[in-house]
Design a protein around this ligand. Structure first.
Ligand code: 1GP
Length: 248
């Protein structure tokens, strides 16, 4: 449990960590490497590769290899399907999309993918993946019945179920590019129900929002879309400084 221990010990030193999601299909290889180096410098604690619309396994594999060579922080797979499982990453968010209406995303893809996780020697991080709100790619592709943004108790009930299942990570996902991020009230409610590692992502674009979510109890925030625009590394530095007290 090398990556899990690293994440937990880093999280103890900060208000919250920052993970950056690199979509292997949006960026070209050189851009991915440059971005990975930049975000490591900016204070990110891990790089996630994947997403619900990243389905090119070969492209993903090349991206992971290139990023692995360029940074020291862990590279964690964030698969939207079985094609998101590739060798050479450090770990994988082995996720159950608990509020999907399609059993494929709850257990079937996991069963189909598990042998590859074993074969590639990936550290599996058991994750309850909860989609909050609607209208995003993750919501649509994952056939999710999105938990309403204003219903923190429903999210907390799912997180409690995840805890009873023995899952050690909960990921509250508003969806990439979401207009509305998961609100602090929901993070607080989930924090009360779940004592494992709590990840929050989707639509986080500024340090003020990041601080509110960190204060509400998130252990890590995932930032993706913000970095797809040039010059936004500065905002990332601001975010990491605000929630980690670290200088870049
Ligand atoms: C998506 O939570 C991540 O899976 C990141 O979301 O792209 O909106 O930052 P953004």
């Amino acid at each position: 449990r090398r990556v899990e221990e690293y994440l937990k010990s880093e999280a103890k030193k900060a208000n919250a960590l920052v993970f950056v999601l690199i979509d292997s299909e949006i960026s070209n290889m050189d851009a991915s490497i440059k971005l990975a180096r930049g975000v490591e410098q900016a204070g990110a604690s891990a790089i996630l590769v994947g997403g619900s619309s990243a389905t090119d396994q070969m492209g993903m594999s090349q991206t992971v290899q290139a990023i692995k060579k360029s940074v020291k922080i862990p590279v964690i797979l964030f698969p939207g399907n079985i094609t998101g499982i590739v060798p050479e990453a450090d770990a994988i968010f082995f996720s159950c999309l608990m509020n999907s209406d399609n059993p494929y995303f709850i257990t079937q893809a996991q069963a189909l993918g598990a042998p590859s996780v074993l074969k590639f020697g990936l550290e599996a991080l058991p994750t309850a993946y909860l989609i909050i709100g609607q209208g995003t790619s993750a919501w649509f592709v994952g056939s999710a019945r999105g938990i309403p943004l204003g219903k923190p108790n429903i999210a907390a009930a799912y997180a409690l179920a995840a805890r009873f299942f023995g899952m050690r990570f909960v990921y509250l996902e508003a969806g990439s590019g979401a207009a509305t991020n998961v609100n602090p009230e929901m993070v607080r409610a989930v924090r009360r129900a779940f004592d494992g590692f709590l990840i929050v992502g989707g639509g986080i674009r500024d340090a003020g929002t990041a601080k509110q979510l960190a204060d509400a109890g998130a252990d890590a925030l995932v930032i993706g879309t913000l970095l797809e625009q040039d010059g936004k590394l500065e905002t990332l530095v601001e975010i990491t400084k605000t929630i980690q007290g670290r200088t870049a």
